[in-house]
Write a new protein. Structure first.
Length: 397
């Protein structure tokens, strides 16, 4: 193996994502966790009164709907509480409980005002409870392996394919069933190379020593014959000094901060470029241009960077394969609508999956973990994934 290029400065830089509407919303909702439980109870009671008012013309059905409403929203709140108590995830329960109480109340008020059959209200509440359970208890833990193939004329066809495992966005709070499944899958897959595209820690746990220990336990177990390579994630989530603390003295992996590294494989040279993201688009584009000036002349050029934001520039500059994450695929997706939110500067343009740009093949992984702060620890129609690439050569030379 050989490496070239330069490391970036460790000086902290402001992250432009700090002032985005999404981050502001996460901060505000996270603060709601400081509200006393009695406040949540008050919200439920107030909304139950609104539901009762809308359904009173329906007689006895009104009290059935109100009782079902209270049972459903209280049950959903308990589901949120039990996630933490059972060690599955560690998000705030009160913001989600308040939001669900208001959403369910609004829907029931509309049904009542239109004098619809009361059983529709019951079906709605059952469906909402099932959705809450599935999106918080089931789908976030349905970690799967997505298989991708890539062929290149820069490598010999006579050698067996290289098996490269792409991992992104583990967002560790604690070691949970999801992280245990991740490491079990890695052991079963036995990849030749592992690459990790950043966001080691959950935004709620950036400086948490227990989370740091959990991260080191998880990534310290990763093994591959040709090495494990990683880059940093969003500076707002994990400033560079935190990333250095996560990987410090772990001999099984190598951190690539604005650095090229060449791996000699049986098929040919695999040139990995790890870039430190700043989320300053101009700065990130210029860093890529600078690093391409010292790119290895031969072999396959693979860019590891946290977001997909500079994919058009990577395509222009001759990157073959661009592996990233950051978006979580939206994390919550709706039928026909798709992702409701995107943290990418390019919006939903490269939100999830594989894109052929011409010279560059881009893959934005849905990631393993979940958004932090006030976000519900939930996924819907967007299960976590790791991506196993089989890279083959085409050249007969």
């Amino acid at each position: 193996m050989s490496s070239n290029g330069t490391s970036s400065s460790n000086a902290p830089m402001p992250d432009p994502l700090d002032n985005t509407p999404l981050h502001t919303l996460l901060v505000l909702t996270n603060r709601m966790q400081a509200l006393p439980p009695s406040f949540v109870v008050g919200v439920i009671v107030l909304n139950a009164i609104l539901v009762a008012g809308a359904w009173l013309p329906n007689g006895a059905a009104a009290w059935i709907v109100v009782a079902a409403y209270v049972a459903a929203v209280a049950g959903n709140w308990r589901l949120m509480l039990m996630l933490r108590r059972t060690g599955r995830s560690f998000g705030p329960d009160r913001p989600t409980a308040i939001a669900l109480a208001i959403v369910c109340s609004a829907a029931l008020v509309i049904l009542g005002l239109f004098a619809l059959p009361f059983w529709l209200a019951l079906v709605f509440l059952i469906a909402m409870t099932a959705l809450v359970y599935y999106s918080t208890w089931i789908e976030p833990f349905r970690l799967g392996v997505t298989h991708q193939s890539y062929t290149t004329p820069k490598w010999s066809a006579s050698a067996p394919p290289l098996r490269l495992l792409q991992i992104g966005d583990i967002h560790v709070e604690r070691v949970t069933p999801r992280e245990r499944d991740l490491n079990r899958l890695i052991e079963e897959i036995k990849p030749d190379v592992i690459v990790f595209t950043g966001d080691y820690v959950n935004l709620s746990n950036t400086d948490d020593p227990v989370a740091e220990q959990a991260i080191r336990e998880i990534i310290g177990a990763w093994r591959a014959p040709l090495g494990v390579y990683c880059v940093s994630g969003t500076p707002l989530v994990e400033p560079l000094d935190r990333v250095h603390a996560f990987v410090r003295d772990l001999s099984n992996l190598k951190f690539l901060p604005n650095q090229w590294l060449t791996i000699q494989t049986p098929s040919g040279a695999l040139n990995l470029l790890g870039l430190v993201v700043t989320h300053d688009m101009e700065r990130d584009r210029n860093q890529l241009k600078k690093m391409m000036l010292v790119a290895p002349k031969n072999g396959l050029h693979v860019l590891l960077m946290h977001p997909p934001d500079i994919a058009p520039e990577a395509n222009e500059l001759g990157i073959d394969l661009y592996l990233c994450g950051h978006t979580h695929g939206g994390q919550i997706r709706l039928p026909l609508v798709g992702a409701l939110f995107s943290s990418s500067h390019l919006g939903n343009r490269f939100i999830m999956g594989r894109y052929e740009l011409g010279t560059t093949t881009l893959y934005t992984a849905r990631g393993v973990g979940l958004e932090g702060l006030g976000a519900p620890r939930a996924r819907f129609m967007c299960p976590p994934e790791i991506v196993l690439w089989e890279i083959r050569g085409l050249s007969r030379g």
